[in-house]
Design a protein around this ligand. Structure first.
Ligand SMILES: NC(=O)c1ccc[n+]([C@@H]2O[C@H](COP(=O)([O-])OP(=O)(O)OC[C@H]3O[C@@H](n4cnc5c(N)ncnc54)[C@H](OP(=O)(O)O)[C@@H]3O)[C@@H](O)[C@H]2O)c1
Length: 279
């Protein structure tokens, strides 16, 4: 029996995008899947095990600081954590303004902090942000600085993150995803001190259960118009995000850290030119 310790790949949010990334980097390593719905996480684990991956699970609600810390500690105790994939989140149609702030904004900050303490030398992390973070940005300079640098425990007390001031879960999602990108940038310094890298990807619409909820929601017609006018004239597949993430997690991206790679089929371009306006 081999006593070799395998490298650990933590997959937070093993939904469609999380699994697509995990499949590209997980062979020969142990995948530690983390999400809050135990049944869904176990189902994802079974599917991956059936395809030959070595998989463990750990229930985690990313909006809970202690739960994320416990996940990071558990992962570190299993072996060297060489990769961290953060693909957990809720969409504006699925969740209230408060939930979007707690899960997408605060949860991501928890993850960046906790894994900055345990990521292995030479390791890398990826955070799935969104093109929504590019849509309403740049925000006011002070807002951007506060999103980037406010200590995590104080983030939701920022006056401009008051749900009543934000107004809708759509605006909350855009703010949260912009915050993801900014905090990846600042976190790259702490990750760098451990000899590790961390980057974000900002996808456009990727066909997953989360996106299908959005496409059937109140902004349905706007999404259809978006598909028609964007350069790609289509939505993306999770595998396409998997390929970009595998590149950013791998050796060829060794000089890239703190970056946010926008892959939206040209939607932001259409917004900038005015061919598409906000729905
Ligand atoms: N699909 C798109 O068009 C698109 C575009 C841009 C960005 N994104 C981003 O990509 C990420 C992944 O989305 P997806 O499309 O792959 O959706 P998905 O298949 O619905 O996956 C979402 C994952 O997030 C997990 N999750 C939700 N709330 C959580 C919480 N509080 N704690 C821990 N895990 C939680 C879910 O776990 P449970 O099963 O336990 O709920 C699930 O594993 C999200 O951050 C989303 O904003 C998606």
């Amino acid at each position: 029996m081999s006593t070799e310790t395998k490298e650990i790949v933590v997959v937070i949010g093993p939904g469609s995008i999380g699994q697509a990334i995990a499949r590209r980097v997980g062979s020969g390593r142990t995948l530690l899947l983390a999400a809050h719905n135990e049944q869904a996480t176990e189902a994802a684990a079974e599917q991956l095990r059936g395809d030959g991956f070595d998989v463990d699970v750990h229930a985690t609600d990313i909006s809970d600081h202690d739960a994320v810390q416990s996940l990071a500690d558990t992962a570190a105790a299993m072996g060297p954590v060489t990769q961290m994939i953060h693909a957990a989140g809720v969409s504006p149609t699925q969740a209230s303004t408060e939930q979007v702030l707690h899960v997408d904004l605060l949860g991501t900050a928890h993850i960046l902090d906790a894994f900055a303490q345990i990521i292995a030398r030479g390791g890398a992390g990826i955070v799935v942000a969104s093109m929504a973070g590019h849509r309403e940005s740049p925000y006011d300079r002070d807002v951007e600085r506060a999103l980037a640098t406010t200590p995590t425990a104080e983030l939701l007390a920022l006056p401009f993150l008051d749900p009543e001031k934000i107004g809708s879960s759509v605006h909350a999602y855009a703010l949260a995803k912009r915050a993801n990108s900014l905090r990846v940038q600042t976190s790259a310094a702490a990750w760098g001190r451990r000899g590790a890298r961390v980057n974000a990807i900002s996808p456009g619409v990727v066909i997953t259960p989360l996106a299908l909820d959005e496409l059937a929601g109140p902004r349905k017609e706007w999404f259809e118009h978006m598909r028609e006018v964007c350069a790609a004239k289509r939505f993306a597949t999770p595998d396409e995000v998997g390929d970009v993430a595998a590149f950013l997690l791998g050796r060829q991206a060794g000089f890239i850290t703190g970056a946010d790679l926008l892959m939206d089929g040209g939607v932001t371009a259409a917004l900038r030119t005015g061919e598409l306006t906000m729905g």
